[in-house]
Design a protein around this ligand. Structure first.
Ligand SMILES: [Zn+2]
Length: 329
């Protein structure tokens, strides 16, 4: 299975099944070996494995979506994105390792609800981070704590440690969807220069590579993509349930009695968030893989629209039947 890790068709659900729910440590350890990080940075293999397990345990198992399986999927996706021929040769080992670690830790200790919920429920994290990128700040700080505690990088020269932690910070913070337009604008300006030269230019590219990896579910094959959609929507519906229980303002789309997975999928996330990002990615790094991502996205969108249309027809039909019954009686 891990021999297919470079392919976009890689199915992390299958790996998770074969590893008894531990795809995350298998995949991350495999990539640390593949990229030769252990030898390059003289890492203690045992300390490294413990660190990876600590990160895995830092993900909440009961979240339907934001758990270590999503993290494993994002790690595999950023690995594919960074393999593109106009990126990989320009990356240093430290930058590659920062990218893989950021993908692995980008949703660490995710509470399974969004920032709006944390705000309306007066969660302590909101005041801790002044209401700005609350979750992303929490994931980043948690990551640095684990790396400190595990001492896996304690022997690195200070300039390397500084660069590693700086990259992890800017990469994880860039996963805040509300920052997408800002980063995409910077990326479009950088697109005029196709060569990956400066630190700043490379950082924007890797930020975009991680953002693409984080929201790549609609760009996978229908079978895999549909499964992710069901999982994220279940997490949304659970938030809706909690909003009702706690008498908080109800997010309409998250109300399981009114909404459906198909409704959420066709509401605009694919067209207004995912597609613009992947179009720019394809412009920057056109490849068989980037074309496949866009093709999958467009096919999946049509499939969800068909499902939603059928659902609406069924609802219309049952309303008509009900009103006919009322008229007859
Ligand atoms: Zn994520």
């Amino acid at each position: 299975l891990l021999a297919n890790v470079n392919k976009w068709s890689f199915n992390v659900f299958v790996l998770d099944w074969f590893t008894n729910g531990h795809s995350f440590p298998y995949l991350v350890t495999h990539l640390f070996h593949t990229y030769n990080f252990i030898r390059t940075f003289k890492l203690d293999a045992l300390k490294l494995y413990r660190t990876i397990r600590l990160v895995e345990l830092g993900y909440c198992k009961t979240n339907p979506y934001h758990n270590s399986l999503h993290a494993a999927d994002v790690v595999q996706a950023i690995h594919c994105n960074l393999l593109e021929e106009n990126i990989y040769p320009h990356m240093t080992s430290l930058e590659m390792m920062a990218a893989i670690l950021s993908a692995a830790c980008h949703d660490l200790d995710h509470p399974g609800v969004n920032q709006n919920f944390l705000t309306s429920s007066s969660h302590y994290l909101v005041s801790l981070y002044n209401g700005v990128s609350v979750l992303e700040n929490h994931h980043w700080k948690g990551t640095i704590s684990i790396l400190h505690e595990s001492q896996v990088f304690q022997h690195l020269p200070s300039h390397q440690w500084k660069r590693l932690t700086y990259l992890i910070e800017i990469l994880i913070l860039a996963t805040d969807i509300s920052k997408q337009q800002e980063i995409l604008r910077k990326f479009k300006v950088d697109l005029t220069d196709k060569h990956v030269h400066s630190h700043r230019h490379k950082q924007t590219i890797v930020q975009i590579a991680l953002k693409c990896a984080d929201i790549c579910n609609p760009c996978r094959s229908w079978k895999v993509s549909r499964k992710w959609s069901q999982l994220i929507c279940e997490e949304f519906f659970r938030q809706g349930d909690r909003e009702k229980d706690l008498n908080l303002p109800l997010t309409t789309a998250y109300d399981r009695t009114q909404s459906t997975t198909a409704k959420i999928q066709t509401a605009g996330f694919m067209s207004f968030i995912v597609e613009p990002l992947f179009i720019e990615w394809d412009k920057f790094s056109p490849s068989h893989r980037s074309k496949q991502m866009l093709l999958n996205l467009r096919c999946n969108r049509v499939k969800w629209a068909e499902i939603e249309k059928k659902e609406n027809e069924e609802v219309d039909g049952s309303i008509r039947r009900q009103s006919n019954t009322t008229l007859v009686s």
